[in-house]
Design a protein around this ligand. Structure first.
Ligand code: MP5
Length: 218
């Protein structure tokens, strides 16, 4: 345990949440080519709204970052613009509308949590949220890629989040997070761990939301 890096310790503590993500029926059905169009469309629409808020989240983090991390964060903020274009071209290709979308409760809560953490908590906590969200996507889409039974209509998304350049970004985040944690007090490290667990829970809720077609009660 003493030999573990901080990000490994976080993943270890979040194992039940991660196991639930990596056995999620949304991901298995996507891998096996039997995800209902409606469920995937809901994910695509809601993630489009999520990424638009992620641009704000990244920008706030970049502004608060120590000099050693600000360029890396600023570059990835810029990359999110082309990510939105990918959602738009995939949506157009598959006949999914991106107009007049309304956030589901889970997308709303998750993005509010993201922005509140970036604005109100320490940089270290915001950065931990970023790592949790990105790592959850890397692991989720890598799971889909490994379990693919045939060519997927959603291949562009699978490639984006399971490919080499995204893996290098994850490694950059892990090294940076471990360095931040090494310089942090024990109480700050505990706050970072709490943020990481919440992020994992929201990632799980996001797949639930898409699969079940979550709606506001009224
Ligand atoms: C990501 C995402 C990955 N697009 N959506 C959710 C719900 N979690 C994580 O973030 P990014 O910035 O698209 O790589």
């Amino acid at each position: 345990m003493g030999l573990n890096t901080f990000h490994e310790e976080l993943l270890d503590r979040a194992r039940p949440v991660w196991n639930a993500i990596l056995s999620h029926p949304f991901l298995m059905a996507t891998a096996e080519g039997r995800i209902p169009h409606e469920a995937f469309a809901t994910w695509l629409q809601q993630d489009y709204l999520y990424v638009a808020q992620a641009i704000r989240f990244f920008s706030v983090l970049a502004a608060k970052a120590p000099a050693s991390l600000s360029a890396g964060l600023a570059a990835s903020t810029n990359a999110l613009g082309s990510e939105l274009r990918l959602f738009e071209s995939m949506a157009a290709d598959k006949g999914i509308s991106l107009h007049d979308l309304c956030m589901t409760p889970t997308c709303h809560a998750y993005t509010q949590f993201m922005l509140a953490t970036a604005y109100g908590a320490s940089f270290e906590e915001g950065f931990t949220l970023l790592y949790g969200a990105e790592k959850a996507y890397f692991d989720s889409w890598t799971f889909v890629r490994r379990n693919l039974t045939a060519a997927s209509p959603w291949q562009a998304f699978i490639d984006k989040w399971s490919g080499d350049s995204f893996r290098r970004w994850i490694e950059w985040l892990e090294l940076a997070l471990d360095n931040l944690a090494a310089a942090a007090s024990p109480s700050l490290r505990e706050k970072m761990a709490a943020i990481f667990l919440l992020t994992g829970q929201y990632e799980l809720l996001f797949w639930n939301m898409a699969l079940r077609g979550e709606r506001w009660p009224v």
